[in-house]
Design a protein around this ligand. Structure first.
Ligand code: CDP
Ligand code: CDP
Length: 213
């Protein structure tokens, strides 16, 4: 079995429940959890710290090239470290990062770098990796692909309940329309709509759907 075959991929739109589900599936299966959205968020945070306009792709490219990116594994999950700093959860989920992240994530050079980082992580052991293009582009050969969905109303209300202002509809629009690695249901993925079930029920459904023996 190749390293790529030991990656469970979970993709889906903003606030669909991907991170919570992936973290719990990883815990239940004793796998390392990788949140790739945090990688794009950390890159965005560092680019904004450098004073760069997120919609200026050339400036983003130049700033991103200077950033040293690392993903150390801490207590069963990868963390993000940019040029020696680990941004806090509040910094990663801040308003400026929410507004800029989809622009930064549409720059080819940023994606190339982070996709290479994500593929390299498969060497550390079995993973549960979640994001937007994990089953379609990062590990398309994985036999274990899930697409987590929920209605737009449920997603907006769950994000609101987290006390987080977030333009999820606008991010979804950019993420689905970009040329490079748009958000799609990957070929071979099992779709799980968790609009009307609890987090624990969603985790049970994902594990049952994976049919791991
Ligand atoms: O948690 P939420 O669904 O709100 O977002 P996230 O997973 O933290 O991702 C933040 C942003 O990063 C997304 O809106 C995408 O623009 C980008 N992203 C991506 O392009 N590819 C990935 N594999 C993961 C995230
Ligand atoms: O990672 P993503 O942005 O897709 O979503 P999340 O941050 O994991 O989930 C957003 C919120 O919805 C969290 O507070 C989850 O606990 C909650 N959630 C829920 O109440 N019921 C579910 N079936 C799934 C998630």
């Amino acid at each position: 079995m190749s390293a790529a075959h030991s990656v469970i991929t979970i993709d889906g739109p903003a606030a669909s429940g991907k991170s919570s589900i992936a973290r719990l599936v990883a815990q239940r299966l004793g796998r390392t959890y990788v949140n790739t959205g945090n990688m794009y968020r950390a890159m965005t945070w560092a680019v904004l710290q450098a004073g760069v306009n997120p919609q200026d792709a050339d400036a983003v490219r130049a700033a991103a090239a200077d950033i040293v990116f690392e993903s150390p594994v801490v207590e069963g999950k990868t963390e993000v470290c940019v040029s020696g700093r680990t941004p806090t959860e509040a910094e990663l989920n801040s308003d400026p990062v929410n507004r800029a992240v989809s622009f930064i994530a549409s720059v080819d050079e940023v994606r190339d770098r982070l996709v290479a980082e994500q593929r390299a992580l498969a060497a550390i052991g079995p993973l549960v990796m979640e994001g937007r293009d994990i089953g379609s582009v990062v590990f398309p050969e994985s036999p274990h692909k899930i697409y987590v969905d929920a209605s737009e109303e449920v997603r907006a209300s769950r994000r609101g309940a987290q006390g987080r202002a977030d333009q999820i509809a606008e991010r979804d629009r950019i993420d689905k329309q970009r040329k490079n690695s748009p958000l799609v249901i990957p070929a071979g993925a099992i779709v799980i709509d968790n609009s009307h079930i609890t987090l624990d029920q969603a985790v049970d459904q994902v594990i049952a759907a994976l049919q791991l023996s």
